[in-house]
Structure formats: C-alpha cells, structure tokens
Write a protein that binds this ligand. Structure first.
Ligand SMILES: [Zn+2]
Length: 122
C-alpha cells in the first residue's frame, strides 16, 4: 500500500490543470496572428520607439515558451490523473520505485524518479 494521499494530489493536479488551461487560453486570445506581423505593425506605427518593438518581441518569445511548456505540463497532468485512477500514482513509470514525496510536492505530475529523469535527460 502506498502512503501517498492521492486525493490531495488529485485536487492539486486538477487545480493546476485549470490554471494551465486558463494560461493557454489567455495566450491564444491575446496573441492571434504571427509575431512578424505584430512587430511590423508596432514598428510602422511608432517612429522612434525601438524599445517598444524589442519588448513586444521579447514578450512573445516568453509566451511561446510558456505555451510549449504548458502543453507538456497538461499532458503530464492528464497522465498523472490517470495513474491516480489506476493506483500507480507516485511510482516511477520507468523503474517502478517510489517517487520521493518532496518531488511530488514540487511537481505533482512527475512520472519519473529523479534518477530516471536524469537518465532520460541524459
Ligand atoms: Zn525510476
């Protein structure tokens, strides 16, 4: 039997899922169209505001990074919720050892123990 309080982690995962989905939806709403179009638009409408163009570019890059990560996190959250249903939550999907509690607290969607994660990232 596992000592992990899966119901608590399920709540956290569901809440994180809502948060990430909201962030993704916000990204899509705020940034329709391509980056190039937006930068050209700003450059064309503000004569000497090069800094503004730089800021828009930087902001977009960060947003895209967040978007990519968010989709990975969503995928991981769904997989973790499935493991809770299957009763395998908190167990490393690679070596079947128990994932340390602290790791789950920091990343409830973690599917690998730290050793396996390091190996996977190799
Ligand atoms: Zn492992």
């Amino acid at each position: 039997m596992t000592s992990i309080d899966t119901e608590r982690f399920r709540d956290e995962l569901l809440e994180e899922r809502r948060r990430v989905e909201h962030a993704l939806a916000t990204l899509r709403d705020e940034h329709p169209g391509s980056l190039d179009e937006e930068v050209e638009e700003i450059a064309a409408t503000s004569d000497n505001h090069l800094a503004e163009t730089a800021t828009a570019t930087l902001g977009r890059e960060i947003d895209y990074t967040l978007g990519d990560n968010a989709e990975q996190v969503l995928f991981g959250i769904d997989a973790a919720l499935k493991r809770i249903d299957e009763g395998t939550y908190g167990t490393c999907t690679s070596c079947a050892c128990e994932i340390p509690r602290e790791r789950l607290e920091a990343a409830p969607w973690a599917s690998l123990c730290i050793d396996c994660k390091r190996r996977a990232e190799g």
